[in-house]
Design a protein around this ligand. Structure first.
Ligand code: CP
Length: 305
C-alpha cells in the first residue's frame, strides 16, 4: 500500500504560512496571465457524494484551464452507488483508472484521511462533512488578502451563524492560526461550539463593530436533525443574526462582507447586504477558481503545497 501523496490536501493543519502565501501569489499570477494548459491528455476525477455548485464547477473550470479532462461523479444517480457500492469502493475504483488527481466531497462517514493514504495520487478535500473545507477557507482568506493589498495578518474575521455544522468555520479555525488573523463567532448558542477558545459575541451589533470582515454562514437545515425545529425559527434568526440593510449601514467603508454560499436569502443575509458595495460574495467565487487552479497545478508539479 502506498502512502498518501504529500501533494494531497485533507486539512490545513500541517501547512506553513509561507506555503499558503506562496499559493496566494501563484493564484494572483494566474489572475494576471492565463497559464497555458500544462496537463493535456491527463484526467482529474471529481467525485462529489454531496451536492455542490461552486466547488465542483470551479474545480471543473480550473481543470479546463489547465488542460486536464475532468471525470465527474456527482451524487448517486446513474452510478453503482445506487446498487449499494460503498463510497470507499467507488473511490478505489475511480483511482484505479489512474486520474492524475482525485477531488472528493463527502459526508463525515467517509474517512478521507484513511482512503487518501491508500492512494498514490494527490487527493484534494472538496468538503468533508462538518470536518473541513480547506479550499473554501483558502479562497476566503485569499479574497481578504487580495483586497488588503497582499496582507491578512491582524484581520478580525467574524463568523456569524451555524458554526457548529460548518466545515468552512472548521477550516478557518486552522487557517487563522497559520496566517495570524483573528476569528470571533456570533450566533444562537445552539449554533456555537461548546468550547474552542474563540471570542464569542451574543449581540451582532457589538460583533460588527469589532470586526474587519463579516462572514455569514448558511443555516444548514439538512444537518439540523438533532435539533428541534422550534429552536430554528427563520424569522427570529434573521432578526437577531442576519446581515441586513440596518445593521450594515453604520459600518466602515473598508469592511468586507463574505458568505461561502449557497445563500438562504432573507435568513442569514438580505438582498441589500448581499449586493452592498462591500460585499465580496461573488468575488469569492471568482477567486475559488484561481485558488483551485493554483492547488491542482501545485499538486501536479513541484508546487507550493
Ligand atoms: N461554498 C460551497 O462549498 O458551495 P457549494 O456547496 O455550492 O460547492
Amino acid at each position: 500500500m502506498s502512502s498518501r501523496s504529500q501533494k494531497s490536501l485533507i486539512d490545513l493543519k500541517t501547512r506553513s504560512a509561507s506555503q499558503i502565501l506562496d499559493l496566494f501569489s501563484l493564484a494572483k499570477n494566474i489572475s494576471k496571465a492565463a497559464i497555458a494548459p500544462k496537463f493535456s491528455g491527463q484526467t482529474a476525477a471529481l467525485v462529489f457524494f454531496e451536492a455542490s455548485t461552486r466547488t465542483r464547477l470551479s474545480f471543473e473550470t480550473a481543470c479546463a484551464r489547465l488542460g486536464l479532462h475532468p471525470l465527474i461523479l456527482s451524487g448517486k444517480a446513474g452510478t453503482s452507488l445506487e446498487k449499494g457500492e460503498t463510497a470507499e469502493d467507488t473511490l478505489l475504483n475511480v483511482a484505479a483508472m489512474k486520474p492524475s488527481v482525485l477531488i472528493v466531497r463527502s459526508d463525515d462517514s467517509l474517512d478521507q484521511e484513511k482512503i487518501s493514504s491508500q492512494l498514490d495520487m494527490p487527493f484534494l478535500n472538496a468538503g468533508w462533512g462538518k470536518r473541513g473545507h480547506p479550499t473554501q477557507a483558502l479562497l476566503d482568506a485569499y479574497t481578504i488578502w487580495n483586497r488588503r493589498g497582499g496582507c491578512i495578518e491582524g484581520e478580525k474575521v467574524l463568523i456569524i451563524g451555524d458554526v457548529v455544522h460548518s466545515r468552512v468555520a472548521a477550516s478557518h479555525f486552522e487557517l487563522a492560526k497559520i496566517l495570524n488573523y483573528e476569528v470571533a463567532l456570533c450566533g444562537p448558542k445552539e449554533f456555537l461550539p461548546a468550547s474552542g477558545g474563540a471570542k464569542v459575541f451574543t449581540d451582532l451589533k457589538e460583533a460588527l463593530k469589532w470586526c474587519t470582515c463579516a462572514m455569514a454562514l448558511r443555516v444548514q437545515n439538512e444537518r439540523h436533525i438533532s435539533l428541534s425545529t422550534e429552536k430554528l425559527p427563520s424569522e427570529n434568526y434573521s432578526l437577531h443574526f442576519g446581515l441586513n440593510r440596518e445593521n450594515i449601514a453604520g459600518l466602515g467603508k473598508d469592511i468586507l462582507i463574505l458568505h461561502p454560499g449557497p445563500v438562504n436569502h432573507g435568513i442569514e443575509i438580505d438582498e441589500v447586504a448581499y449586493h452592498d458595495s462591500r460585499s465580496v460574495i461573488l468575488e469569492q467565487v471568482t477567486n475559488g477558481v484561481l485558488i483551485r487552479q493554483a492547488l491542482i497545478q501545485s499538486a501536479l508539479t513541484e508546487g507550493v503545497l
